[in-house]
Design a protein around this ligand. Structure first.
Ligand SMILES: [Ca+2]
Length: 354
């Protein structure tokens, strides 16, 4: 009896609800035109959608559709952001190519060389352990650390979230690249338990003391200290091992050579031999057949070792180098030959001091 009364009351309420919702349901389901009208003419729907980044940026909606991120989480993070005009400006300025002798000054000076020596001593045991595991020389690892962040002193003060979102939305030339990096960054934050709003780095999205892009970090950063976290902001063991992990992952050859400077010979025009790109390396033997030779004190490359000939500008004129596989490995980190040569020079300075 009581049950029946309850059931009757319940079914009455259900009927009332159905009655009230019938016109809307009819509008939505009964007519395609009605559906479109319902979406486009509702002031509430229009206002709610147009401010959501997942609506204004269809590539974000794709991430939601693919199940990579929750829509509400993305909108909460991205909706408050405004583009950072400094980021676009800096991105355009960096394309200006300085001659090598000016470029070098940004990275190599006496203070940095001394600091590198000091840190090689401070972290001697750690660097030996890393060298044993990854078969990459300590001085090259420390040189990359010095070039990228002045040994952790300047890892960048830009919000990575805002910078990457700015470049993903306001920098059409490389928008796809930066959208992908933003996705990796957000995934990295979820994997590592970082708050995306708190992470700082370079204007171009590079993070941590080794200034790696998020996609690279996800692939190569390691926890060498053994605490379960890849702390690339504060932990030297994780930072240095992550650098070594990248180089080893790009096939660093422990017995290989980075580069050898060529002495200019009379009657030989090296400028005509300069390689168009490091992607077109030739076996060392081919260079010997073209008349390129090393000094007796230089380490002898294997005749089959892939090599390229590059030119860098010094104040006094051009300087020529034969560069080998390990040089190309460093250009996988940063595509510039000038960058790879700066790392080599700094590594040489550290090695000589030991
Ligand atoms: Ca760790």
């Amino acid at each position: 009896m009581i049950d029946n009364t309850l059931q009757n009351g319940l079914s009455r309420r259900v009927k009332q609800v159905r009655k009230r919702t019938l016109p809307l349901r009819h509008l939505l389901l009964g007519s395609g035109v009605g559906l479109l009208l319902a979406i486009f003419c509702s002031p509430y729907a229009l206002a709610a959608n147009s401010t959501d980044p997942t609506v204004s940026q269809p590539w974000l909606a794709e991430w939601v559709a693919q199940g990579t991120f929750e829509e509400g989480w993305l909108n909460t993070l991205l909706a408050p952001l405004t583009p950072d005009p400094r980021v676009v400006r800096l991105m355009d300025n960096q394309a200006e190519a300085k001659p090598y002798y000016l470029y070098r000054k940004n990275f190599i000076n006496q203070r940095r060389i001394q600091r590198g020596h000091q840190l090689m001593r401070t972290h001697r045991t750690l660097l030996q352990q890393i060298q044993e595991q990854y078969h990459v020389p300590a001085e090259v690892v420390v040189a990359l650390w010095g070039v990228e962040s002045d040994f952790g002193r300047s890892a960048g003060g830009f919000s990575i979230l805002r910078s990457l979102y700015t470049l993903a939305t306001e920098y059409p030339r490389r928008a796809n690249f930066f959208r992908d990096e933003l996705r990796h960054f957000l995934q990295l934050c979820q994997e590592e338990g970082w708050d995306p709003r708190q992470i700082k780095g370079s204007f171009a999205g590079a993070i941590g003391q080794m200034q790696m892009m998020p996609s690279t970090l996800r692939q190569y950063a390691v926890d060498f200290s053994g605490d379960g976290k890849r702390d690339i902001f504060n932990n030297p063991a994780d930072v240095l091992a992550s650098i070594a992990s990248f180089l080893a992952g790009h096939h660093w050859d422990p017995d290989g050579i980075l580069a050898v400077q060529l002495k200019k010979k009379k009657n030989m025009d090296l400028s005509s031999l300069v390689s168009p790109s490091l992607n077109e390396m030739q076996p060392w033997q081919t260079w010997q057949e073209r008349g390129v030779s090393l000094s007796p004190q230089d380490k002898k490359p294997d005749p089959n070792e892939p090599a390229a000939l590059i030119r860098l500008e010094e104040q006094q004129g051009s300087r020529y180098y034969v560069v080998f596989g390990n040089f190309k490995v460093i250009t996988q980190w940063n595509r510039s030959s000038r960058f790879a040569m700066v790392v080599r020079e700094l590594a040489e300075a550290f090695r000589k001091g030991e």
